[in-house]
Write a protein that binds this ligand. Structure first.
Ligand SMILES: Cc1cc2nc3c(=O)[nH]c(=O)nc-3n(C[C@H](O)[C@H](O)[C@H](O)COP(=O)(O)OP(=O)(O)OC[C@H]3O[C@@H](n4cnc5c(N)ncnc54)[C@H](O)[C@@H]3O)c2cc1C
Length: 392
């Protein structure tokens, strides 16, 4: 039987996160280091926010206790991450935003003890940021990961990495990168690519540019990278050689769901902002809220908030039962990415011209959530995979 009830520990964390975001974090939304920053927040504000979360005992709660977390199950994460996402600054403060949260999860799941000891304490404390480098310009890997063009070639005790990546979130300012590279001549049956854990100051790790994009949701923005004879020893391989595609799923299946959780919190915030507006603003002799057209928008938002939460919880519950949950995660990702965008879009519409203003948080969340339909698998690719699994 499916049971979504929260443990006392998760209930307490959720309530403390609600209070933390309302009292400590939302006031920073008018700070120019957030308002005027196209790359999430400035690094000094990020560190200030992380310090607040540390003081509140809310830093990286998803990690096992050994690494300073609260050892939350996937289902428990859903409540806490949604509460955190109520402000775009919440996940940054708690250091549970993408790509760091997924990277920590992956290193914890498949890394060697030496890799965990080297990086997890600094990642868990928020001192270190990381990025995940998979996507390449054409003709390299995009929607189709098998088109991976970056290579890692064995040379004695070393591996030499060459390749070109772009849209790599948070690369700027990251000290650590997980690089996906081809390690076999042929990609066959999900084998032939590997992940490398590389410190970004190593010779051959080059940032070409930070790409200007429509969103401001990722700390550091998105970068184009070139690896030119980037030489690493075998202990930089994350987990086992040639298992990169399998590990990508270990990372992405839950990482897609944490995006759903955080953006659901943001969508709920937009609905709240719009609800306050329509209760106070009048048109044609009555409150906007009393016009059926607006009431229906808020009703649709309420319906899709609950539906998104349940889709996410169902996939989390499957993961918590030990299922690989690939189908559930794909379905939740498509549904939530599209429903959340509709919620934010309706909220913006109900706000009239004020919804278009940069100073209005809904405008920012609108730009950010549009892209959720593309990363971690575009909606079309997930639909295609869902049908393929169903019709096999
Ligand atoms: C905000 C943002 C952050 C990102 N962060 C990262 C990151 O940190 N690391 C990283 O490695 N990558 C990142 N990406 C890249 C992202 O993962 C890719 O954009 C995505 O996988 C799609 O690849 P592509 O851009 O090459 O699109 P393409 O592969 O060129 O596809 C273009 C479009 O074709 C359609 N399409 C593709 N396949 C099918 C199919 N089978 N059936 C029907 N339609 C299809 C889809 O609509 C798709 O959007 C990020 C992207 C964005 C927008």
């Amino acid at each position: 039987m499916i049971d979504f009830s929260l443990s006392p520990k998760a209930q307490d964390l959720k309530e403390r996160t609600d209070a933390f975001v309302a009292e400590k974090i939302i006031p920073f939304e008018s700070d120019p280091r957030f308002l005027d920053c196209q790359t999430g927040v400035t690094e000094d504000l990020r560190l200030e926010l992380v310090a607040l979360a540390r003081d509140a005992g809310l830093l990286t709660p998803h990690l096992p206790e050994k690494w300073g977390g609260a050892d939350l199950s996937h289902t428990e994460r859903a409540a806490v991450f949604e509460a955190s996402g109520y402000s775009p600054l919440g996940p940054i403060a708690m250091h549970i935003g993408a790509p760091d949260e997924g990277n920590m999860h992956l290193i914890e799941a498949v890394g060697s003890d030496a890799q965990k000891n080297a990086y997890l304490p600094r990642l868990a404390s928020g001192e270190l940021r990381s990025c995940f480098a998979m996507t390449e310009p054409a003709p390299g890997a995009g929607s189709d990961p098998n088109m991976l063009a970056t290579t890692a070639v064995k040379d004695g005790n070393h591996w030499v990495i060459n390749g070109h990546k772009w849209m790599i979130s948070s690369a700027q300012g990251s000290g650590l990168a997980i690089i996906m590279a081809r390690t076999a001549d042929k990609i066959e049956k999900g084998k032939g690519a590997s992940m490398f854990l590389v410190e970004t100051d190593m010779p051959g790790f080059n940032e070409i540019r930070r790409i200007e994009t429509m969103d401001s949701g990722f700390v550091g923005g998105h970068s184009e990278l070139k690896f030119e004879n980037l030489r690493v020893t075998a202990d930089h391989i994350l987990g086992e050689l040639d298992e990169g595609y399998r590990y990508a799923q270990v990372r992405l299946v839950p990482a897609r769901l944490t995006h759903c959780m955080r953006w659901l919190g943001a969508a709920r915030r937009c609905n709240d902002i719009a609800s306050v507006y329509v209760k106070n603003r009048k048109a044609f002799g009555r409150r906007l809220a009393d016009h059926e057209g607006i009431g229906f928008m808020i009703a649709d938002n309420e319906i899709e908030i609950v539906a998104s939460r349940l889709m996410t919880l169902q996939a989390c519950w499957a993961l918590d039962q030990g299922d690989d949950a690939r189908q559930e995660s794909s379905m939740a990702k498509v549904f939530c990415a599209e429903a959340i965008f509709r919620i934010v879009d309706r909220s913006l519409q109900a706000l009239g011209g004020s919804g278009a203003m940069r100073e209005n948080l809904v405008e920012r969340i609108f730009r950010d959530t549009r892209l959720f339909r593309i990363y971690d698998g575009p909606s079309e690719v997930h639909r295609w995979a869902i049908a393929k699994r169903r019709l096999a």
